[in-house]
Write a protein that binds this ligand. Structure first.
Ligand code: C2E
Ligand code: MG
Ligand code: MG
Length: 742
């Protein structure tokens, strides 16, 4: 930096004194005698106006002025001293003028310009003088070729001196070499010097009196050239300004475009991120249960596949599946509400989660179903202990919103092994085992092949049952119901049977649950009702004078919840012409207690048809007394499990007695089911039970046998030797006291 400054100063120190020495010398030698109006006019034009008449060469920093031409002209007319002085003054004035216009020019640069102008003009004059003699003489007298040669030499000298001085100075200031600067900035100015010099030469010749006309033509010609060129230069300037503007706009546009693009990219990134997040959420949702946040069935199957694969590669690695289903969860949900039900599911999930190890997996399949993959087990005992642990943990109540809820599970267990090809098969077997455990009231069951056979049979039943209705394979059996006071037939309970073409007579317990599951219970019940109502009307017609027989028909809990049931029964009453009061519908206690409020509404609608209602299997469910008196029922049927084991003094005997007392308090009839012994019959008569049915009287029988029973209504009076109503009353008192005392 300092070196550069030093070199510039060195350069200036060389040039400036030389320039001012030249100036001093020309002032000293100035030919005062040459001063005339022409010189003054030329000086004024050169110094003050020539710089205004300048054109910038397009795309360069070169300004074409006529000042150079005028200086050469002054050199040709008035000699070197005048020309040097004019050049210095013109340079000084032009520099000051530019500075005044706001262009920054340092004072030392102005001095340099003046010095260079002086030196170059001085050397030009000297070269011309040396080569051609006094310039004024050559200009006035010599022929045109000599004049042309001289002005060429002058233009060349002026150009060389000026351009070298300027190029050296710029090179010192910049990083470039003198050659680079000269080539870039100065070479183009060569034309300017030659044009100026030729202009001056032509002007000198034109100024000679004989050539006034030529002068006018030349001036005119140059004026036109000047104007044309100026217009051309202006056009180019405008075009290039436009081009620059367009380029600027393009650059701006490009910049805007980049900004827009960056915004777009940012937006895309944001969208991408949101998409990624939502994908993650979807992925999470796809593999997790929303209520418990536990893995769901999909996750479970994935892990199961992995475990099965691992076992195939390493038979030492053993695992088992536990399929869990909560017992009576539906009742909790419907009686305590779905929100408590949900909280219970969450609590169950939490309790199970505490029992499993890191490598195991607990999943919720939805509803009240959970499943566990137990890994790294040694033998069956490990799994059994784990199932027992679950049952033990579930023996404690769950505290949900301040309530204590007891719930237990049925667990089906299956072991992963080489005999399985697909993961789903292991799960299916655990599911079968779970249903088996549920059906057999067990806490857990380990899967075995018999269960699958049973499951397959159930599936077969389901398929066959669909055709059974159409093919007329269903039939009604009738079991007589006896009035225990008179020992007379008072009615029948119709019980369904399935005459299977291959398997023979199938009892209802084997297919009613399937029919309930599949919805087939609805057409089956409709058929049963229509068939047995028609028969009972015929029985009644056989004995028009006797007290009319009633008919009990069982209604499934599933059907009971079906909206169309009232219309269907009304339809059957009309079709079969049965007196509605002779038709009794039996609904199990658990069916009505599942949703008591709904049951009350439905029972009232049925009751409005004029028929009778009975609660079947009473004592096996969980009837609340507060509900019982609100049910519009006529009869309680004591479940046969109590009657069958009622012995004097046993708990079941006590239950039967209590149910009978309760029925009396609520003004209901009582029917005792499952009377098999005479002893049971006696006891029931003593307790004042109105009706009874059981094998003691008759098994459920087909139609033709039922007809025989109708024909011999009093046949059972014979099994009671002393069928005296008073004796029964006395016995009742006696038994009552005994029961009270025991
Ligand atoms: P349920 O309504 O309680 O019918 C009484 C069941 O006890 C009948 O079994 C009957 O054969 C049996 N039973 C009667 N007396 C005795 C006895 O002295 N000892 C013993 N051990 N059993 C006796 P069944 O016919 O096998 O019917 C079983 C259950 O199937 C019925 O119980 C009823 O809930 C259901 N069911 C039968 N028919 C139909 C039907 O048409 N529709 C619906 N929804 N369910 C039906
Ligand atoms: Mg029944
Ligand atoms: Mg029953």
């Amino acid at each position: 930096m300092e070196k550069k400054e030093r070199n510039i100063n060195l350069y200036l120190a060389g040039i400036l004194p030389a320039g001012f020495a030249v100036l001093a010398w020309v002032i000293y030698c100035f030919p005062v005698e040459k001063i005339n109006a022409g010189l003054i006019a030329l000086s004024v034009v050169t110094v003050f106006f020539s710089s205004y008449l300048r054109i910038q060469l397009p795309r360069t920093k070169i300004h074409l002025t006529i000042s150079d031409a005028l200086i050469i002209l002054s050199l040709l007319i008035y000699g070197g001293e005048v020309a040097v002085l004019l050049a210095a003054l013109e340079s000084c004035y032009t520099s000051l003028n530019l500075r005044r216009q706001g262009i920054s020019i340092k004072t030392k640069t102005i001095f340099l310009n003046v010095a260079v102008a002086a030196i170059s003009t001085f050397l030009t004059a000297s070269v011309a003088d040396y080569l051609f003699g006094a310039t004024e003489t050559v200009a006035n007298t010599a022929n045109n070729s000599r004049l042309l040669a001289m002005i060429t030499a002058m233009a060349f000298t002026q150009f060389v001196v000026n351009s070298i001085c300027v190029a050296v100075f710029i090179a010192l200031k910049s990083e470039k070499t003198v050659w680079e600067v000269w080539n870039e900035y100065c070479l183009n100015a060569l034309v300017m010097y030659f044009t100026g010099a030729i202009l001056a030469g032509v002007a000198v010749r034109a100024l000679q009196p004989i050539n006034i006309f030529l002068f006018a033509v030349v001036v005119g010609f140059f004026a036109i050239v000047y104007m044309t060129y100026r217009r051309y230069a202006d056009d180019i300037k405008k075009t290039s300004a436009k081009a620059e503007q367009a380029e600027r706009e393009r650059a701006e546009q490009a910049e805007n475009h980049i900004v827009e693009l960056q915004r777009h990219i940012a937006e895309q990134e944001r969208i991408g991120q949101a998409l990624r997040k939502s994908k993650e959420r979807f992925r999470y949702a796809a593999f997790h249960d929303a209520l418990t946040n536990l893995p769901n069935r999909n996750s479970f199957i994935e892990k199961l596949k992995f475990s099965l694969e691992k076992h195939k590669q390493n038979p030492e690695y053993n695992f088992a599946i536990l399929f869990l289903d909560l017992n009576r969860f539906k009742t909790v949900n419907e009686s305590l509400g779905h929100s408590i039900g949900n909280n219970l599911i969450q609590a169950v999930g939490k309790r199970l989660k505490e029992l499993i190890k890191d490598d195991d997996l607990l999943a919720r399949f939805g509803g009240d179903e959970f499943a566990i993959i137990l890994t790294n087990i040694k033998d069956t005992d490990d799994v059994v202990s784990f199932a027992q642990l679950i049952n033990y943990k579930f023996s404690y109540p769950f505290n949900i919103s301040g309530r204590e809820i007891f719930i237990n599970t049925s667990i089906g267990i299956s072991f992963g092994g080489a005999n399985y090809e697909e993961a789903e098969e292991i799960l299916r077997d655990a599911d079968i085992a779970m249903y088996y455990a549920k059906d057999h009231n067990k806490n857990y069951e380990i899967f075995n092949q018999t269960m699958r056979t049973r499951a397959v049979t159930l599936h077969q039943i389901e398929t066959d049952l669909r055709y059974a209705v159409e093919r007329g394979e269903l039939c009604a059996f009738y079991q007589p119901i006896i009035a225990l006071g008179t020992m007379q037939l008072s009615g029948f309970e119709s019980l369904i049977r399935w005459q299977h073409p291959q398997r023979g007579l199938i009892p209802p317990n084997e297919f009613i649950p399937v029919a309930e599951e599949t919805g087939l219970i609805i057409p089956i019940t409709y058929w049963m009702l229509e068939e047995s109502c028609r028969r009972i009307v015929r029985f009644q017609q056989l004995d028009p004078n006797g007290s009319p027989l009633f008919l009990s028909v069982n209604l499934s809990g599933k059907h009971f919840a079906h909206g169309d049931i009232v219309e269907q029964i009304q339809d059957i009453i009309i079709k079969t012409q049965i007196a509605p009061q002779c038709l009794k519908l039996e609904i199990t206690e658990s069916a009505v207690m599942d949703n008591p409020e709904k049951a009350i509404a439905m029972l009232k609608r049925l009751k409005n048809l004029g028929l009778q209602l009975s609660i079947d299997d009473f004592g096996t469910g969980y009837s609340s007394l507060s509900y019982l008196h609100r049910f519009p029922i006529d009869t309680l049927k004591v479940d046969r499990s109590f009657v069958g084991t009622m012995e004097d003094g046993t708990e079941n005997g006590e239950i039967v007695r209590t149910v009978i007392a309760l029925a009396k308090a609520l003004n209901l009839d009582v029917v005792a089911e499952g009377i098999e012994t005479i002893h049971q019959l006696h006891q029931l008569r003593i307790l004042g039970c109105e009706y009874g049915q059981g094998y003691l009287f008759s098994r459920p029988v087909p139609l033709d046998e039922a007809e025989k029973i109708v024909a011999d209504k009093n046949r059972w009076q014979r099994i009671i030797p002393d069928n005296n109503p008073n004796a029964v009353a006395q016995n009742r008192e006696f038994s009552h006291l005994r029961l009270m005392n025991s």
